[in-house]
Ligand binder design. Sequence first.
Ligand code: THU
Length: 133
Amino acid sequence: MKREELIAKAKEARELSYSPYSRFKVGAAILTKDGQVFLGANIENSSYPLCMCAERNAIYNAMLHGYKKNDFAALALTADTDGPCSPCGACRQVISELFPHDAPIYMSNLKDDVQETNAEELLPFAFSEDDLK
Ligand code: THU
């Protein structure tokens, strides 16, 4: 699947966003090595800290369908931002643990600006399970 197609899936996911509080819709799509795509959108709550980001929902969606870190090939996210939408700090921590460090992450927006990055670039010096040993 081409990166433009995965970004189109992230836009599709964005339409599923439940964001009445921020009115900021985010969509994400994760591609597995065997060609499956799992969507995620931000889902908010009147108890604000319970809001969940699109990227984490996409990863958790894929994992709940039986896929694991090394099954993932690429991740795309999109929102109506001036430049490519960048994952928040909490998502960077989760991506660092659950998404391959060298796999492409396509940050995009509705104008189709795209910036490619990866987990290592997004969160260098990450806290990890190794620190718990
Ligand atoms: N949001 C995401 O879904 N992903 C991010 O990386 C940034 C923030 C959501 C959370 C909240 O629902 C809304 O965007 C505003 O912060």
